[in-house]
Design a protein around this ligand. Structure first.
Ligand SMILES: N[C@@H](CCC(=O)N[C@@H](CS)C(=O)NCC(=O)O)C(=O)O
Length: 200
């Protein structure tokens, strides 16, 4: 049985949970208590030396990183629909995985971390807010001509970008200025197998 190590407040853990649910896969949820520092315990570092969640274990496979987990699940269990293989379509999806780990993390994800956990996070909140506005503006423009991020169907590009954009309000980023983004969030919420997380 697949095991997912994660925490309920973690949007990156939610990315993996959402994908497992969209693919209708059974799995065991292993809660790693970030508040108690369980992710830095010797036991956890032995399976993920980065000391982060999420971590997916599937038989002999141990895989950290939400984006990598999405790729693995899509290829292993989801097929072409969620992640095409031809050079250009594959690159188009990977571009959004990079955006999730880059602009989305530097913007709405960091703004949320700051507002949930305070100044001790060493995050420059002005910069995070500015970056959030940048990527939301880009998404707003992109989604004015696209139903989904690519190919007019949901792919792991949408699953990767969705959580921290939908959680933007936790970072005091108002989404009402981005109606196309709000409409896309609603479309994701209508997908068969969609599951919510607190804050979305
Ligand atoms: N690149 C990783 C980053 C994962 C990450 O930052 N996880 C956070 C929770 S959302 C975490 O474990 N933070 C604790 C730490 O880095 O010490 C991914 O995309 O999964």
């Amino acid at each position: 049985m697949i095991k997912l190590y994660g925490h309920e407040v973690s949007g990156n853990s939610y990315k993996a949970r959402l994908m497992l649910s969209l693919l209708d896969l059974d799995y065991e949820w292993v809660r790693v208590d970030l508040m108690k520092g369980e992710h830095k315990s010797p036991e956890y570092l032995a399976i993920n030396p980065f000391g982060q969640v999420p971590l997916l274990v599937d038989g002999e496979t141990q895989l950290a990183d939400a984006q990598a987990i999405l790729v693995y699940l899509a290829r292993q269990y989801g097929g072409e629909h969620w992640l095409p293989l031809e050079a250009l379509p594959l690159a188009q999806v990977i571009r959004w995985l990079s955006t999730a780990a880059g602009e989305v993390r530097q913007g709405p994800e960091n703004a949320r971390l700051y507002h949930l956990f305070g100044a001790g996070t060493n995050i420059n909140i002005e910069r995070a807010t500015q970056k959030a506005e940048f990527i939301l503006t880009q998404l707003e423009q992109h989604l004015s001509t696209h139903t989904w991020l690519e190919f007019e169907r949901p792919t792991i590009a949408d699953v990767a970008v969705f959580p921290y954009v939908a959680l933007a309000r936790d970072g005091k980023i108002e989404l009402s200025a981005y109606p196309q983004v709000l409409a896309w969030i609603e479309r994701v919420k209508q997908l068969p197998g969609y599951i919510p997380m607190a804050g979305i």
